[in-house]
Design a protein around this ligand. Structure first.
Ligand code: FAD
Ligand code: AMP
Length: 443
């Protein structure tokens, strides 16, 4: 008889690995199944976030910003560096090293916390059984008390622009360029499109972002999105709204792109094209027909506020379930589920999950936007402060942007905070804590 686990987690991204470690720390006999392997067939833990998402994109954002700073932003301080150049293979190798260090770190954490790491593809058979299939196609069945599904998400591809991995790439391919494309097209001016567009813009690409929607960053507070559009235009990002891509084709080593906008059919030629039109939950082959777990109308695994699926003892967390596709959101859910399995009373305040776009300046927000408050008929008040009036920001030559606070008109309780400006990601954390403690904007 093979070992029976208390918990089997499927997927080792920021949702899954955190859940597995927390469960093991609480004394539960835990295994984590991961199918991701590198080019040598070696298992890679950490999921999208560590391998091809948050971490590698932030590494390239930091490298490219340092180059941009050296070429464009040091002279004003009286610093002359001569002609700076950037070695792209070296920048990419640094990123790879960080990824390797972190994914290896998860393996170390699993060992230290006594999480059993299983290599292969996991499938939920029934409430107490997971099928594990290895790279050679051999299957076995693992018995477990509880199952946590954390299989994450994958890039959406659109028929008009099929990814070939060379000239037309998705976000993963855009982290691997070996030189700087002269003209770079990006389909989708969402979070990932803006971050990757910024990386290559700073390295010298002429970047054109084609966005189907008429509004820029519609999920952000309107005032902040307007400010962002102004700043990005100044940086040279050519953001075309209301531009729906209808066809993309590789011809003579270039990518020809057709898109329609208010003026009819348009054409553009790029050296490379990044398709960043969003991500979809990875449910393919994860559930047996009689697993008892259901999928909602948008393709996500259906869960309640405690991440319980409709099948007892089966939970789902992270990008595979509703809510923002953010690493820390999945990790929070992982902790909550592990603690609830261990009999603790954990829950999540979904109203205080911050999000950040790591452009320069950064854009960070938490809570409701002004347009959401209007829609909900909430009586609110606003306060804004431009960074140009901050002595600290001026001293740092970082005076673009503003902070906007939204508070309940009567009680003054903070309802939302939206920041575009220097260190926005760091600043928003204070507001998250304030909101967690029910602080007023006066506080
Ligand atoms: P994933 O990280 O996708 O992990 C799922 C894991 O499950 C994968 O390792 C996969 O191989 C494995 N798996 C899937 N199916 C099976 C199976 N059947 N059996 C075994 N294993 C399986 N978020 C932020 O919060 N901040 C950021 O700055 C940020 N930047 C991003 C930048 C980019 C370019 C991208 C693409 C994403 C970014 N994200 C960011 C989003 C973030 O990466 C995701 O929200 C996060 O990775 C989701 O975590 P997860 O654990 O739910 O899923
Ligand atoms: P996000 O959801 O933040 O990852 O952003 C993806 C963006 O891609 C969204 O704003 C979509 O409107 C946009 N998008 C999707 N399909 C197309 C298309 N065919 N042409 C241009 N933009 C698109």
């Amino acid at each position: 008889m093979s070992e029976k686990y208390d918990v089997v987690v499927i997927g080792s991204g920021p949702a899954g690995y955190v859940a597995a470690i927390r469960a093991a720390q609480l004394g539960l006999n835990t295994a984590c199944v991961e199918k991701w392997v590198d080019s040598d067939g070696k298992q890679r833990l950490g999921g999208t976030c560590l391998n091809v998402g948050c971490i590698p994109s932030k590494a390239l954002l930091d490298s490219s910003y340092k180059f941009h700073e050296a070429t464009e932003r040091l002279a004003v301080h009286g610093i002359k560096v001569g002609k700076a150049s950037i070695d792209i293979p070296e920048m990419i190798a640094r990123k790879e090293k960080i990824v390797g260090q972190l994914t290896g770190g998860i393996a170390g954490l699993f060992k230290a916390n006594k999480v059993t790491s299983l290599q292969g593809t996991g499938k939920v058979l029934a409430r107490h059984q997971v099928e594990l299939t290895d790279a050679e196609g051999n299957s076995s069945v693992i018995e477990t008390e509880n199952i946590i599904i954390a299989t994450g998400s994958v890039p959406i591809d659109i028929p008009p622009a099929p990814v070939d991995g060379e000239l037309i790439v998705d976000s993963t391919g855009a982290l691997e360029f070996t030189d700087v494309p002269k003209r770079l097209g990006v389909i989708g001016a969402g979070v990932i499109g803006l971050e990757l567009g910024s990386v290559w813009n700073r390295c010298g690409s002429e970047v054109v972002l084609l966005e189907a929607l008429d509004d820029f960053l519609p999920m952000m507070d309107v005032q902040i999105a307007k400010e962002a559009a102004k700043i990005f235009k100044k940086q040279g990002l050519d953001i075309r709204l209301g531009a729906r891509v209808t066809h993309a084709e590789v011809k003579k080593g270039k990518v020809e792109v057709s898109y329609s906008n208010g003026d009819g059919e348009q054409k553009e030629v790029f050296d490379k094209l990044i398709v960043c039109v969003g991500r979809k939950p990875q449910t393919e082959n994860v559930l047996a027909a009689d697993s008892g777990v259901s999928i909602d109308e948008r393709g996500f695994i259906y869960v309640n506020d405690h991440c319980e699926t409709e099948a007892p003892h089966i939970y789902a967390i992270g990008d595979i379930v509703r809510g923002p596709m953010l690493a820390h959101k999945g990790s929070e859910e992982g902790v909550m589920v592990a603690e609830r399995i261990a009999g603790k009373k954990a829950q999540i305040n979904y109203d205080t999950i911050p999000n950040v776009i790591y452009t320069h300046p950064e854009i960070a927000s938490v809570g409701q936007t002004e347009q959401e408050l209007k829609e909900d008929g909430v009586a609110y008040k606003t306060g804004t402060f431009p960074f140009v009036a901050s002595g600290r920001a001026l001293a740092a030559n970082e005076s673009d942007g503003m902070v906007k606070m939204l508070a309940d008109e009567e009680t003054d309780r903070i309802l939302g905070c939206h920041i575009i400006g220097p260190s926005a990601a760091d600043l928003v954390q204070q507001i998250v804590i304030a909101m967690e403690f029910g602080a007023s904007s006066e506080d």
